[in-house]
Design a protein around this ligand. Structure first.
Ligand SMILES: C[S@@+](CC[C@H](N)C(=O)[O-])C[C@H]1O[C@@H](n2cnc3c(N)ncnc32)[C@H](O)[C@@H]1O
Length: 152
C-alpha cells in the first residue's frame, strides 16, 4: 500500500466541527480555498475548464473509527460504509465542490464541509454519469420521507 501525502490544505471558514451544517437536506454553500503545494501546481494545468471537482481528503481530526454509527439526524445505526461518517477505518473524506476560480496554486471553491487545515490527498474533475432515475438512496431516502411526514 502507498503512504498518502498531502498535496495541499483546505482553507475553510470552519474551525470546529460544531460549526459545520449537519442534518438531512443540508446544503453546503460555504466558500473555501484549496491551497495546493507548489510542488504539485503543474498538476492543476487545465483544471479551470471544470465546473465541479471531487476533493479527496483526510479526516485528520477523527480519533478512531466505528463500524456502526447513528448519524446526528437518525436514531437507527447504520454501517460505516453506508454513511459518510468521519469515523472510518481509513479516514478518507470525499467532497464535491464548485470551482469558482483558480489563482496560481489556489483553487477558490464553494461547498466545503471540511475543517480549516484539512489535508488534501487528491483532486479529480467531477463527472456525473448516473441518471437520476437509476439512483437509489437507501436508508437516507427513508429518513427524508419520515422527516417530511413529521413536518406536515
Ligand atoms: C459527514 S462528513 C462528510 C464529509 C465528506 N463530504 C464525505 O462524504 O466524506 C462531514 C463532517 O466531518 C467532520 N470533519 C470535517 N473535517 C474534518 C477533519 N479534518 N477531521 C475530522 N473530522 C472532520 C465534520 O464533523 C463534518 O461535519
Amino acid at each position: 500500500m502507498f503512504t498518502p501525502r498531502a498535496i495541499g490544505y483546505v482553507s475553510s471558514p470552519y474551525k470546529t466541527t460544531s460549526e459545520i451544517p449537519k442534518g438531512l437536506n443540508t446544503r453546503h454553500d460555504a466558500e473555501g480555498v484549496l491551497r495546493i503545494l507548489r510542488d504539485f501546481e503543474l498538476g492543476l494545468t487545465d483544471i479551470e475548464g471544470f465546473s465541479h471537482l471531487f476533493v479527496i481528503w483526510e479526516f485528520d481530526r477523527s480519533p478512531d473509527f466505528a463500524l456502526l454509527g447513528s448519524p446526528p439526524f437518525e436514531e437507527r445505526p447504520h454501517g460505516v460504509f453506508a454513511t459518510r461518517s468521519p469515523r472510518r477505518p481509513n479516514p478518507i473524506g470525499l467532497t464535491v465542490v464548485e470551482l469558482l476560480r483558480r489563482q496560481n496554486a489556489d483553487l477558490y471553491v464553494k461547498g466545503v464541509d471540511m475543517l480549516d487545515g484539512t489535508p488534501i490527498l487528491d483532486i479529480k474533475p467531477y463527472m456525473s454519469s448516473v441518471p437520476m432515475e437509476k439512483l437509489r438512496r437507501g436508508w437516507l431516502a427513508e429518513a427524508e420521507a419520515r422527516k417530511a411526514l413529521e413536518e406536515r
